[in-house]
Design a protein around this ligand. Structure first.
Ligand code: MTE
Ligand code: MO
Length: 196
């Protein structure tokens, strides 16, 4: 936990809701999580296969590019590194794209990230949260239920894809949804990397 305010940010006590488009319906039977891209063999996991993976609890600061920062939210989820057990990456893989729902398309939203800094306990696909004024509860549909990504505090929160559908492994850094529209590829709040 860092608890340090990046430049140009203000601290908020609430957890704001921010996304484009509508909130998808969750259907346990058809939900799945795809691991694809530069891998020897693609793999698709069912909801139960994902939820049976080892769980991690971590307290992570969130920094949104719209200038709010929320310190000290605890999340329960599955570390990104757990998913690497299911695929053999090609040697050159250095980046990923985390996909999620937007506008009727399960893969309509995406955010690109470097893989190496995510091999930690602060890069989680989360489904439960708590903070100093809320006891543990399941994340709401608007925050990304049944599963959403929360990046380490060294990335702005738009890299935290909601309603996740999969990870694409990449050799080269490719722009995601907001990055295509001019936002930063690297997105470090402490270096105030908002735009490209
Ligand atoms: N699928 C999807 N995920 C998304 C977004 C989105 O529009 N669609 N918006 C991003 C942005 S810009 C932010 S700041 C965070 C906000 O997460 P929150 O609403 O839980 O605070 O979600 C990110 N994840
Ligand atoms: Mo954002």
């Amino acid at each position: 936990m860092i608890n340090k305010l990046p430049p140009g940010q203000f601290e908020t006590d609430t957890w704001p809701i921010l996304h484009q488009g509508d909130v998808p319906q969750f259907d346990e039977e058809t939900w799945n999580f795809r691991l694809f891209g530069d891998v020897k063999e693609e793999k698709t996991l069912t909801y139960h296969q994902v939820m049976d993976l080892p769980k991690t609890i971590s307290t992570i600061d969130m920094h949104c590019v719209t200038t709010w920062s929320k310190f000290g939210t605890s999340f329960e989820g599955i570390a990104l590194k757990e998913f690497l057990k299911f695929v053999e990456l090609k040697n050159e893989v250095k980046y990923i794209q985390i996909y999620g729902y937007y506008g009727g398309d399960r893969f309509g939203y995406s955010a690109n990230l470097p893989l190496e800094p995510l091999m930690c306990d602060d890069a989680l696909f989360v489904y439960r949260w708590k903070d100093h004024s809320h006891d543990w509860s399941v994340i709401s549909p608007k925050h990304g239920y049944p599963l959403r990504f929360i990046p380490p505090e060294s990335f702005y929160l738009w890299k935290g894809t909601k309603w996740v559908s999969g990870i694409r492994f990449m050799t080269n850094d490719e722009a995601g949804f907001w990055e295509e529209l001019g936002y930063s590829m690297t997105a470090n709040p402490f270096k105030e990397e908002r735009y490209r």
